[in-house]
Structure formats: structure tokens, C-alpha cells
Design a binder for this molecule. Sequence first.
Ligand code: FRU
Length: 441
Amino acid sequence: MTAISSINKSALLSQRKTGTRWTIADALKIHADDPTTTMPLIDYDFPVIDSDVWQWDTWALRDINGRTVTFKGWYVMFALVADRAATGNTVEGWHSRNNFSYIGFYYSRTGNGSDWKFGGRVIQPGANKRDWEWSGCAVMRENTTNVIDLFYTSVNGTPAQSVPSHTAGRILADDNGVWFEGFDVCTDMFEADGVNYANIAEDQYWDFRDPHVFVNPDDGNIYALFEGNVPGMRGQYTIDSDEMGNLPPASTVPAGAQYGAAAIGIARLVSDANSGDFSRWEMLPALVTALGVNDQTERPHVVFQDGLTYLFTISHHSTFTGNSTGPDGVYGFVSRNGIFGPYAPLNGSGLVLGNPSDAPYETYSHFVDPAGYVQSFIDTLPQPGTVDPGNPQTYRIGGTLAPTVRIVMEGERTFLTEVHAFGSIFAQVAWPVSSAFDTRS
Ligand code: FRU
């Protein structure tokens, strides 16, 4: 936990701008339906992985370097799920799923959507300190045969709390399937400090969640990326030339822009990962801020390729502010100087993959793996031929995975190149790897 007692109270409520700006000029370059940055239109008759649960944000089991792993030949993925019956299994139930969410797991021999089996709950009932479990990541611990560090967001309704948290357990498998032991002790990682990231006192709509833990190849340290907001009082930010970017000098700040204050956060691990202690972190200034552009940059994650650092984040059409607009989808930035940037927006605008305007809410929560495979879930799909696709008369709720697609990353550009089966996962490492063999377990 970061100590904030020594910090001058007045500093807590003042605006502090850091990091590369995703500028208003960048965002004005976003345009939907470019075939290189648009998700394919999904078939209305899409298959459902498990019709007992709603499934949304999903993350494959991986190593600390980001590579997707199989365990004893099994593909394993973790996801936010809610029991459909608990939500009433209705459209309203789908939209209220956040209040029922827990982390579930799935396993498969092939990594294909038709083959996933739902395995149930991961964290032991009662171990999470708060009501709900929201997004995070699952990492095989180095130098062990089967320890998994699960990082997630521990969320409360009342009082409102959102705390990145850690829990550890062991993965076990035989010819019939996969199961877990442990995940029975949950520890808070860090909280919004009001100095580097807005807290609830500053912004009642603050976001502080979705830890993505990785080792930085440049310095060997372990870091967590997360979703945050620029510190300062909601709606009272000053938008100046840094946030406007390369616009004509006479340009004025668009009305409402000051409600966009998203930040891609980062913290450095201070405690000892090898002993499983993920409780102490140093909060660092945001890597990218979207002041004036957008209020939410969710599930940030990173891919290192060809000496470049690709930072991805998901965002919504509804959270753009001022005169910025863009589709629901995944956005990204690239740095030539490692994780701390500076970053340039990918494709000039930041848009990497957005929904087609004929199905503006068909997918969300895209996750890009180091080989460029992108998973996402199906949100709502309008019935084909619907007159107004933005406000369809009839649509089908997803709650299951979309077709996996692949992008290539070439310098500051990305291209959609492949479309694969619904819910496919591709692995880069088979675990246990002999070099990681732990004779203690
Ligand atoms: C993205 C997201 C995450 C959050 C989760 C809650 O889809 O909003 O930021 O952890 O969903 O369901």
C-alpha cells in the first residue's frame, strides 16, 4: 500500500498531468470501418461456449513474459462470469452482470471454442474481501511446477471500493481435466492514491482496476499496468495545448472535454515475487493519459516486439468526451524507448480494432497476445437487416467469446490479417518447462 500520510493534503486534490498524451488531434483521426482496423461482422447464429454462465472479460493462462502457456497439454482461460440464472437470464440480467461477477475458468485440449469446458469458480468462496471479482490476469510463477499468481480487481458496491488484489494457488491436471487448489487468501496490492491517480474523493466515477502484471525486459523488474484516471477534481481539469495536440492555433477546447480523464497506470513491485509476496508496490505516474479525449482506458496490457513496446487498452464509444469519438474496441500506443515511453498512437489515431458501424456493440474487452492473436467477447449483436443498427429493434446478447482475430504490428501501424474460430487461443509455451522445474512441490 502506498503511504500518503506525508503528502500535503492540498496536493491530493490538485490536477497532476503526466505521461504521453492521447491528444484530441490524435483522436480526431479515428475513423470507423477501415478494413485494417475493424472487427469482422459476427454471424447472428454465433455458438455459445456454456449457456449456464454469461462470460465476458477473458484472459488466457500465461507466463510473466506474456506468452500464453498450456499446462500439461491443456489450454486454460480465466474469465469474468455470472451465473445466468442468478441474473434472471434476461437482457437486463446481462446488463447487471457486474453485480454478480466472479472469476471462472475453462479448459480445452485444442484451444478451440467448440471444445472449452467450464470448470467453475477459481477463488474460494469468502476469500475475496469484497463483493465482486473483476478483471485481471493469471501468471504461472517462474521456477515452480504449477503455482499460479492470480491478479484481479476486488470490488465493493457499498462502500464503493475497487482494489487490485492478488491470490495464489496451484493448477493440477490429468487426462480428464484441470482443477485448482489454493486461491484461498487474497491480498490487496495498492489503492488509488489521489496523487498519481484519481481516487473516489476526487472523482465519484473513478476507475481503478484490471491489473496486468509483467516483467519489463529492459530492467528485469515486475510491474503492474492498470486502469486509472488522471488525479484532480472531476470536470475541473484544464485542457491546454498539450492535450489539444497538433490542431490549428485558433482551435478552442471542445465543450465537455474536461470530463475525459482516463489514465493508463503503472506501479513497480517492491516486495519479493519469488516468495509470492505481491503486497508492496511503488505507484508511478501514468504512462498515457487521455485528458480531454476519453474517460476510460480499461484492461491495459503490453506486447514487446522487435524492440518496440506496444501498449493496448480497451475503450468505449460512450466514454469519449468533447468532440472526440470512436467505436468500442481496442486502442494502442507504441514506444521506441521501452515501457516508460514516450508513446505514439498506433495508426496515427490510437484505434487498433473497433466494431463495425453495422454492429457497434458486437464485441468488447479485446486482449492482444504477443503473437498478435486478439480475443474478445460478444456483447450485443443486432439482428441482420435492422434499420437503425445503433438502436436496433432486436438484438442477441452474447456472453460468450467472439471469433479470435490476428493483427500484425509493423512499427506504428497494425493490420487485421486473420480471422479464427470463436474463442480460439494459441499458446506459445508448454508448461511445465524443464528449466522451471521445482523439486519442492
Ligand atoms: C471491461 C471491464 C473491466 C472491469 C470489468 C467489469 O470490460 O469494465 O474494466 O474489470 O469489465 O466487468
